[in-house]
Design a protein around this ligand. Sequence first.
Ligand code: ZN
Length: 266
Amino acid sequence: MLIKNRTATKAINKRYIYAQDGQLLLSKQGNWLHTDASQMAYADWFPEPLLVAEWAGEDIYLEVIAEHLETPLTPYHGREMMSQLTGSETDLLGRALQLSHWLKDHQYCGRCGHVNKLLQGEYGMGCPACGHKQYPRLSPCIIVAVNGPNGVLLGHNKRFPAGRYSVLAGFVEAGETVEAAVHREVLEEVGISITNLRYIDSQSWSFPHSLMLGFLADYEAGDIKVDNTEIDHADWFQEDNLPDLPPSFSIARQLIELALKKQTKA
Ligand SMILES: [Zn+2]
């Protein structure tokens, strides 16, 4: 996926992603990438077909269709579709969904309330009245797999289905470093202090605009004491007693697998 200037004009083939009411619209054959522009009315807040990225040699555009407009297409949940994709397809669809959320949430200037306009060439919304600019919002979020003497630390978040466990995660606060956020989140959520923090990988998580920053760490001190606001149970798990885990395309799962490998080596 190649993200480029919005007005980049190169004579290459175009394809289109149609979205409506926060869902994708699929063709009769079940495709989410369409060969032609939709020819349908756009949502009030959606100004023009938006270049998402160049992908597989084609320019991919997003079109957001007017809400409640009846179409012969099939609505499909974007997150569900992403779970069925791999690699750069996931990135492309994730970016399209994220851009559509951003446009919808930035129709008005956050400073003076005037109607915003899409900036020329840039991925940004500008206010014609006061000049304030707003860019796609990204929320950095740390996620960390902690290795201890008795396994990998996994927690059950109150929002998870019963039996599902994952590594700990949380948003970076204003003015905070990413590393400090990792230490703080683990201490807050389960009362454990950690050491030997190593950055592993990142993943864009477009629900709606998180940027996941993945770490491995080692247990340093403390007994598990869950905060009961986000995490209601946490424990150390090994390869032979794993609970239900997040899907394999998530960075959470990749960190868990990596931490388990380190356990086997230890
Ligand atoms: Zn303004």
